[in-house]
Design a protein around this ligand. Structure first.
Ligand SMILES: [Zn+2]
Length: 308
């Protein structure tokens, strides 16, 4: 099942989930922290399966606490989850409520923990008023891409913001009981202050006795934030070079327009405006951004291609 085909099928699945939501998930009041995100992720599993079956594939659910949620399988063929026999790729689904903060939307898996062809799916939903009294959880947008591309983006920007990754030579454990050429914390992210970002990181690098780990790493929005010239340059280079990375950035910025406005400087927005002969004299940055969005439908391509 190639990824482009999966993307098509996923659009059908999402439309059907929204239909289901209107019929069944209608509620009075809609609260954040209702577990709705998990329900949406599971529904995606069920509805994509109905689509996959048309092409003779189906969805497997990975047991226990393995990293990925789902796996795309050939229909009615043997599946061995140890050897990955019968698998097309594994799929991790993350959902984000547009109105909430992203605290639960973390993509912090290490490159070494995923497969070459594994996918990341991010679903953005929000409570939508359907009557004077009722709301439904409605999916607004979703992203599908190769997990390793997003990991690359995440890790490069992590480093450019002063973060690092543990290896044998910089392992912060004093009494590291690791074998000679091997450190069991290899690849674990540490933030700019040298504190661990995941619970599996080196124990001596916990942020404080009361805080086990920093947990900023892999935040679905946070991971594309930049600070300082180095990381801003890195961001622009990566966006230009890798289509999947550009896709992800465009997806996040489309749904969180303030992130996009902040990512680019006044000067950069002006550069885009000039390119399209828009007059920005005496406008504020916010007004320039609005003007560009209103007049250039594909301005985000210019943000990718025409800035250094
Ligand atoms: Zn070590």
């Amino acid at each position: 099942m190639n990824v482009d085909r999966l993307k098509e099928l996923s659009i059908n699945a999402i439309n059907k989930i929204n239909e289901f939501s209107e019929n069944v998930l209608k509620t009075r009041g809609g609260r954040i922290g209702s577990g709705m995100g998990l329900l949406i992720e599971a529904l995606w599993g069920y509805y994509i399966n109905l689509e996959l079956e048309k092409d003779n594939f189906e969805l497997g659910w990975l047991p226990d606490h393995q990293y990925n949620d789902f796996v795309c399988l050939r229909k009615d063929k043997d599946w061995n989850e140890q050897t990955r026999e019968g698998e097309e790729y594994r799929i991790e689904v993350k959902s984000m409520n547009l109105g909430a903060d992203e605290s639960k939307g973390h993509f912090d898996v290490l490159l070494s923990e995923i497969g070459e062809h594994d996918l990341l799916i991010v679903i953005i939903w929000e409570w939508t008023q359907v009557t004077d009294y009722h709301a439904i959880p409605k999916i607004k947008d979703h992203f599908i891409g190769l997990a390793k591309d997003i990991i690359y983006l995440r890790d490069e920007l992590h480093i450019s913001r002063g973060g690092s990754f543990v290896n044998k030579t910089n392992c912060p454990e004093k009494d590291c009981a690791c074998a000679k050429d091997f450190c069991k914390y290899t690849g674990e992210p540490l933030n700019a202050a040298g504190k661990r970002e995941r619970v599996k990181g080196p124990p001596s690098a916990r942020p404080s006795p009361r805080v086990s780990y920093a947990a900023n790493f892999g935040g679905l929005i946070r991971m594309i934030k930049t600070s300082g010239v180095d990381s801003r340059t890195k961001f622009r280079t990566l966006r230009k070079r890798n289509l999947a990375i550009d896709d992800y950035i465009t997806f996040i910025h489309r749904n969180y327009p303030t992130e996009e406005e902040n990512q680019y400087t006044r000067r950069e927005w002006d550069t885009i405006a000039v390119l399209y002969n828009l007059d920005t004299t005496s406008l504020s940055k916010k007004e320039v951004v609005s003007l560009i969005r209103a007049n250039i439908p594909k301005y985000y391509i210019a943000l990718r291609d025409h800035l250094e």
